[in-house]
Design a protein around this ligand. Structure first.
Ligand code: PAN
Ligand code: ZN
Length: 187
């Protein structure tokens, strides 16, 4: 008789390591991120083979109603004075949302609606980010250690990078992060 009891996939909350199921992993290097950082000269001076982030996800089924689960590990670093970040995207199926959970490190989730209005949420271990449909999203590592965040999204969502090829409406640099921190302190 077939057993009813299954050992499910596993995530180590402390560092986002996935296990106990087949995985897919993709690493994005500085050389893949042409046009993403504002300071093109600084980007050209960088080593193109330097890894910026990797996404590890369970190799789960796709199709209507199916969910993907993956962890983004975003390295610390800067291009010029702009923090390392993911490329960022809208979902190809715009109405599809997603949830991010901060696991390790400190950073920001940049959210932008279709009208170009932006919002930043602080990402830290335990933070929960409910990304509604029609909202572009990008992770930014403002810390000196790896930023890891778990994400769950509908497999049918797809990724639309082209609509943001001109960049998000907000950039996070060492300088403007200091200003934002002061604004928070001064209420
Ligand atoms: C995430 C992202 C991941 C990498 O899994 O795909 O953080 O970012 P980019 O796809 O923008 O390079 C997600 O939001 N999936 O929908
Ligand atoms: Zn997404």
């Amino acid at each position: 008789m077939k057993t009813l009891l299954h050992l499910p996939p596993h995530v180590a909350w402390a560092n986002g390591a996935l296990s106990r199921a087949p995985l897919i992993r993709k690493t994005t290097h500085l050389g893949d991120l042409a046009g993403v950082f504002a300071d093109t000269d600084a980007w050209q001076r960088c080593d193109p083979s330097q890894p910026v982030y990797s996404v590890e996800m369970f190799d789960s089924p796709s199709g209507d109603g199916e969910l993907y689960t993956g962890v983004t590990h975003l390295n610390p670093g800067c291009v010029g004075d702009e923090y390392f970040m993911t490329r960022g995207h809208f979902h190809a199926r715009r109405e599809q949302g997603e949830v991010y959970f901060g696991l390790q490190g400190e950073g920001l989730l940049l959210l932008q609606n279709e009208q170009g209005k932006v919002r930043l949420e602080q990402v830290h271990p335990g933070s929960v980010h409910i990304i509604a449909g029609f909202t572009a999203h990008r992770l930014i590592n403002t810390d000196s250690q790896i930023l890891s965040a778990l994400a769950v999204w509908p497999s049918v969502a797809g990724h639309d990078y082209a609509s943001l090829a001109g960049g998000f409406a907000k950039r996070v640099t060492v300088q403007n992060l200091k200003l934002m921190a002061k604004e928070v302190q001064n209420g």
